[in-house]
Design a protein around this ligand. Sequence first.
Ligand code: SF4
Ligand code: SF4
Length: 426
Amino acid sequence: MKGKKTMTHASQADELREKYYHSMGAALTEEGNLEEAVVFFQKAIDIHDTPYAWYGLAQALSDAGDVAGAVGAMTRAIKLAPGVPEYYHERGILLGSLGRPDLADDDIRMAVSIDSNYERIDTIKQAVRIISEAFGGPVLPGDVKGTEVRSKELGRLLDEIEARGRQMDAVFHKPSCPVVQCPAYCCHFTGKLFLHGVTVGPWKLQSLRKSLNEEGVPEEDLLETFPLAQAQHGERLFSPQDIMRRGGVASVTFPRQKDSRLGGELARDVPKGQDYRTLMWISENAKPCIFLADGRCSIYDVGGDPSLDSCASFLCMTGFVFVTLKYLGLLNDGAMSSKTMAELNGIAIDALIILASDVYGSEETVASNKEITQELKTAIELDRSNHEALCGAVIERYDILRARHDSLADRLIGAAGRKIARLFKG
Ligand code: SF4
Ligand code: SF4
């Protein structure tokens, strides 16, 4: 038994090492350190020949200008995961830039045949950018934030803007996903939960212990630990507060999994990530977290601390769009309840595009945003140069423009809401 445990830890240590190399590869690609990124992806592949490491390698090679190498790496990713549309789509783009439009067209067609949304993938990605910025972007222009002002009126205005930002943060920080039909795909994992970053922090652990104690359930039945000493670089993958000493060894604690598997039928309707990429860790063999009960997290509120940090930071594309619709008052629970998960995934994409094109990215909204931001900057400049009266006049104009902007937003959101409501009737 002891030997078996050591073997399991050894293979998990390998998986963790692979994850470290792979994450480093991705981080270095983003930083533009492409030579190093290629080395890290290759190290990851030496441990496990995974499609996502080949995909990462393809991106690093492509960014480094080795397009032929990138096509080769992407081909390997496709061989390992032939059902992932973005691999064909990306390879199609690479082949196009290599002067092979015939092969590129085949790949793009293949991506569309797997997922028809690839016909409008650029529109989807643009819509994601617009909505993420509208709901997660800075509420004040960078050079205005934290500005000390003389004018009381200007101070009131900046406070109002910051309060609006805080209100939005509260909605989008650790949101509870309103998609009740979802079997909570995001709580299913292929492999142990800690390999996907789902670990229990000290406060949640304390509250969990208390409640398990009250119920008479032994902690080991629900929680597992992994000693990080067994994995090179393991400590760099977890947030420092989630690394705790267990039996004198720095370890992470994570929920066990149930024995059931997601299965092929449910796995067909797995939503995409917010970047419209396939969620590679949710396969038909994925097993649910032990705390998943009737599609919901049974420890979400334990200890008054919503969710685990790692769980709270994830919302799939469908979840993100429905949280946004709920915030805007456009969610009709009744209409939603009659829809399948596959239908909701489709509605989420259509709704996202409507919100981006008709509301937040519309010409009227963009122009109005620009206008009020400019007025705000002018007011701050006048305040800094001690032009009190002029500053007051600009603030008055700002207030008028802001009111006009808010009524424009109400009108556009109302019209978009009617369009979105029709999606549920289709
Ligand atoms: S975030 Fe996505 S996967 Fe998770 S419950 Fe919501 S819809 Fe389902
Ligand atoms: S702890 Fe809760 S939210 Fe996190 S994976 Fe488990 S059931 Fe899901």
